[in-house]
Ligand binder design. Sequence first.
Ligand code: NAP
Length: 244
Amino acid sequence: MESPFSLKDKCILVTGASSGIGQRVAIRLSKEGAKVIIVGRNQERLSETFSQLSGEGHISFVADITDEKIVKEGVASLGILHGVVHSAGITSHIPAQLIGKKQIDEVFKINFEAPVLLNRFLISQKKLADGASLVFLSTIATLHPYYGGALYTSSKKALEGYCTTLALELASRKIRANCISPAMVETPMLEKVTKTLSPESMAVMKSIHPLGFGTTDDVANTVLFLLSDASKWITGANILMGGF
Ligand SMILES: NC(=O)c1ccc[n+]([C@@H]2O[C@H](COP(=O)([O-])OP(=O)(O)OC[C@H]3O[C@@H](n4cnc5c(N)ncnc54)[C@H](OP(=O)(O)O)[C@@H]3O)[C@@H](O)[C@H]2O)c1
C-alpha cells in the first residue's frame, strides 16, 4: 500500500519557484515523485530550478502572475492538478504615514490578488482534482507586527482570511486550503530585509527566534505534508513555524 505521505504522480503547480521557498519546494516535490509546474519571472533562475528537478515531465512557465490575461491563458493550457503552492510574494518596508495607492497596489497585487485570481481560473476552468490541496505562504508577522510592515502583514492577513473561506467553499469536493506562516527563513527575501536593518536590530531579530532562523527545507517539509493525503483532514488551518 502507498504511504499517505507519498506525492508520487501528483501534479503540483508552484509559484515563486525561481527563488527561496518556492524553489526548494519544487525541487523536493520532484524528488518525492511529483510532476511539477514551476512559475517565476526570472528566466535564468527559473531554468536553474528546472535543471535541479528530479524525474521527467515537469513544465516551466516564465510569467508575471499579476498579469491576469497571461494567467488565464496559462491555466487553460494545464492538465488536472493535485495541488498548488502559492509561494510568489514580495516583502515591503514602509511606514504607515508614507503608504500611498501605488504601494498598496504593488504589494496587494502579487501577495493577494494574484493567488486569488489564479485560484479563480483553476476552479472555473475545472483544473483541480477532487481532493487537491492548496497551500498559501503567509507570515508569522501577521501576529507579530514590526515597524514598516503594515502593507506586507495586511496583504498576508487578507490571504489568510481568503484561505479559510476558500477551504469552506471547496470542502464538498474534499479540496483543502491551508496557510503556512513561517518566521524568518534564510532566502533572498531575508537578505533584502537584512540590508534594511542595523546589526543591532538583526541581533534582536535573531534573539526572538528560539530555534534560530528557518531554512527553506524546514518550510518545504511542511508544504509537502500539506500536499500529501496524510493531511487530508486538515483544511482552513494556518500552521505557524519558528517557535514564537
Ligand atoms: N523568507 C522569509 O523569511 C519568509 C517568511 C515568511 C513568509 N515568507 C513568504 O514566503 C514566500 C516566499 O518567500 P521567499 O523568501 O522564498 O522569497 P524570494 O526568495 O524573494 O522569492 C520570491 C518569489 O516570488 C516570485 N515573484 C514575485 N513577484 C512575482 C510576480 N509578479 N510574478 C511571478 N512571480 C513573482 C519571485 O520570482 P522572480 O524572482 O522570478 O521575480 C520569486 O520566485 C513569500 O510569499 C513570502 O512572503 C517568507
